[in-house]
Design a protein around this ligand. Sequence first.
Ligand code: ADP
Length: 462
Amino acid sequence: MKIVICSSEVVPFAKTGGLADVSGALPLALEKLGHEVIIVMPKYKGIEAPKYNLKKVIPGVYSTTEGKGIKVYFIENDAYFMRDGLYVDKDGDYKDNLDRFSYYSRQTLELLPQINFKPDIIHIHDWQACLVAIFLKNLYKDKPFYKGIKTLLTIHNIGYQGLFAKEEFPKLGLDWSLFSMDGLEFFGKINLLKGGIIFCDLVNTVSPTYSKEIQAGEFGFGLEGILTKRKKDLYGVLNGLDYSLWNPETDNYIAKKFSAKNIEDKYKNKEELQKICSLPVKKDIPLFGIVSRLAEQKGFDILAQAIEKICSMELQYVILGTGDLKYHELLSKIAKKYPKVVSLHLKFDNALAHKIYAGSDIFVMPSKYEPCGLGQMISLRYATIPLVFKTGGLADTVTKENGFVFDKYKKEDLIKTHEAAVKAFKNKKKWPALVEKAMQYNFSWEESARKYVQMYEKAKRK
Ligand code: ADP
């Protein structure tokens, strides 16, 4: 099959979040399954020709190769993309984001005949690429080259929809009739994600549970009605994990590499982590870890309410994260008050993240909502037991069998689950069995890519 991946960020070229991880890893897995894949993204400031061996293919478009033969195309427009940020600066969203991503989408469609690549599927990611489908199904529908091309939209986080003022609508060159309840209109504004949901042949999110949750109540962020209408065409495929980056057997960031066969070595990492974090070096005390954005979505509102009580338990806590100032302040106070219990690191630090995944006993992820989540999958690979709220991708990957799960989003339940984890840790028989089993879970991209191919096949039959 011939597939185009349209994403505004792709590892290793540009990243602000999990979207880039998926857009980078999925094409490689698809290529391994024998498919012909190209990627199209904007050419941002950091994507320099010498660094990535870029060649100009046509005016305004550069390209390089990933994997064996995946061509990655970069749409150039210095006025739009030569900036420090991808979408925002310190004053918030760039004011011309609609112009920027509309230009990217138009140029993507224009590129295809010029490089003689007629795809079976265009796989669109998040609001930034939704105009590709909206333009294709409206402005390009009668052009012979584009006949029969199908589209799939993957929604990575429905909290981000691409909202713009009605006054900007004429710029898109679309008929005003599309600015309606059944089109791109959303409470008087343009909503690009809504347009993507309407005009793509199939819609997908990054876990089965999240695909259900967004059809109801607050999780849909106002798009639950339109998603329910497309229920039959809505899927949820769990993201994979890149095991070449997250593998305790080969991880150069950690003090001592380990595998299921020599799991005792995991505890050398615990010792090292306790030392780095100036916590008492003790094997018998459970060490809880967090690596996260410090945001309400990630559960920090209930954790903030529960943390004093949690600190009175017999445990240790290492927290790595950056985000909302209020959580920086609150956690700093707690770390100061309980220096032998809490070690706080307010920064983005990939090396320390690896050390926390490897050295902790329990990894905490009480997200209020979580489209997929990577931390729980990474921690399982490092024999660190996840403690999660039952939502989205967390509900699909963590159960009583391999972790600690609470299903009422309340501080009391978070506290109780910590108590249960401390108790389980002390059980000398059951704990080693749990740890050993954790390492056997496999969330590889190969499996996810196969499911994507099944979806592409379905879209082709539409
Ligand atoms: P999201 O994309 O919503 O932030 P995910 O769980 O999908 O959450 O992915 C977060 C990724 O970012 C994980 O790989 C996690 O280890 C990493 N990460 C988050 N915060 C930090 C940090 N402060 N330092 C290092 N890595 C971090």
